[in-house]
Design a protein around this ligand. Structure first.
Ligand SMILES: Cc1ncc(COP(=O)(O)O)c(C=O)c1O
Length: 385
């Protein structure tokens, strides 16, 4: 494992450049679409400014383009300034906005470190942006020197994910710090699973690193995947630039209202993270005993990457019994790996019980395969003599 000095100074301006020079040329002067809700804010008796239907309650009106009330609530919970972040239609939309802002189609590149979250690559490809890849090492950590060797001035964004999906582990902080100093493009740190890790967020460092962008989401630890609310956190000016290219009404009114309502119970949510992490650790202890399981990768997230002896067999068995996991075997370094989300205690218990049967069935399968093999050998011998 690469070991780096964590004492790198955070505020050395000679090695830290701004993000302004990296944005696509034609976006420097872009004028954002000005909505009716931007032109007039406040209370009014009669609203005749947005060609809405005057009949109906709430849903006949466009939502707040900046989702200001929701942002204030999130800012209070996270102890952030509202000016440092923007809300997207899931963090997937934030990924798209960043690629649109910085990468010239057909010319610029992003760098990713597989196995990692698939949408960085898919979004880049949709936008005709070249994708460079430097795989993680065997411990699912960054190969920092390889990354630096493979970036160029066309590499506008480096996407890092910590804890990483699908491996579940935190990325070594000193490695990220090193890249923040040495890589001259935008470093996006995706913290979708940070609340399950106990690790401190990179958001506290955006004022030291103008090219640092941090993504979070309400889809995971806040339990609101169905609402589609993602968070993009960066220096104020960069956030304002992202606002200029964001679709004006990207967060629906129901999403804003329900998120506000749900976040009132955010303190209780923290108890759920404790349950999930305890269940995760318990699940590791239970599953590792099975013969059909080869290895369980250490996890700082709400899922496990489990290396099994035969992923297709295990996947089919579990699905047949009504349990759906994700087969990640096609990902680099993930041969025969299933990614398993940590469920409720009763669901994990059920998974364990079904896995007992899977294990037995797998052993039987191995046995009959051995018998078949023996038969085949003895047949071959008898025909030879
Ligand atoms: C690392 C990572 N980032 C982002 C997302 C997507 O988040 P959202 O639901 O906010 O679009 C996921 C979803 O699985 C993820 O694993």
């Amino acid at each position: 494992m690469e070991n780096r000095n964590t004492q790198i100074p955070l505020d050395n301006p000679s090695i830290i450049g701004g993000w302004e020079a990296l944005i696509r040329q034609h976006l420097h002067e872009i004028k954002p679409y000005s909505t009716a809700r931007d032109d007039f804010k406040g209370a009014a008796e009669i609203w005749l400014d947005a060609n809405e239907l005057p009949y109906g309650r709430y849903l006949n009106r466009y939502p707040d383009p900046k989702a200001s009330e929701l942002k204030e609530t999130i800012a209070k919970i996270k102890k952030w300034e509202t000016s440092n972040f923007l809300l997207g239609n899931g963090s997937d939309e934030c990924i798209e906005l960043l690629i649109k802002l910085f990468c010239e189609p057909g010319l610029d590149e992003i760098m990713i470190c597989p196995p990692t979250y698939g949408m960085y690559k898919v979004t880049a490809k949709i936008n005709n942006v070249i994708v460079k890849e430097v795989f993680l090492n065997e411990e699912f950590q960054l190969r920092v020197d390889e990354i630096l060797k493979n970036v160029s001035d066309k590499t506008k964004i480096l996407f890092l994910c910590t804890p990483n999906n699908p491996s579940g582990n935190l990325i070594i902080r000193a490695d990220i710090l090193h890249l923040l100093h040495e890589f001259k493009g935008i470093v996006v740190i995706d913290e979708a699973y940070i609340d399950f890790s106990g690790e401190k967020s990179w958001t506290t460092l955006v004022n030291n690193f103008p090219r640092l962008v941090v993504l979070q989401t309400l889809s995971k630890s806040a339990g609101l995947a169905g609402l589609r609310v993602g968070i993009c956190f960066a220096q104020i000016e960069l956030i304002n630039k992202l606002y200029a290219i964001k679709p004006p009404y990207n967060l629906s009114l129901p999403a804003q209202i329900i998120a506000l309502f749900q976040l009132k119970q955010y303190k209780k949510q923290k108890d759920l993270w404790k349950i999930i992490t305890a269940e995760r650790d318990q699940l590791i202890q239970s599953l590792i005993r099975f013969d059909s399981v080869e290895k369980i990768h250490p996890s700082d997230a709400n899922f496990l990457l489990v290396k099994v002896k035969d992923a297709s067999y295990s996947y089919a068995f579990l699905t047949d019994k009504g349990i759906v996991v994700r087969d990640r075997s096609d990902e680099p370094l993930c041969e025969n790996c299933l990614r398993i989300s940590v469920g409720k205690p009763s669901e994990n218990e059920r998974l364990f019980k079904i896995w007992k049967r899977l294990d037995k069935s797998f052993k039987k399968k191995l046995q009959s395969e051995r018998i078949e093999l023996k038969k085949k050998h003895s047949n071959e011998k008898s025909t030879f003599y």
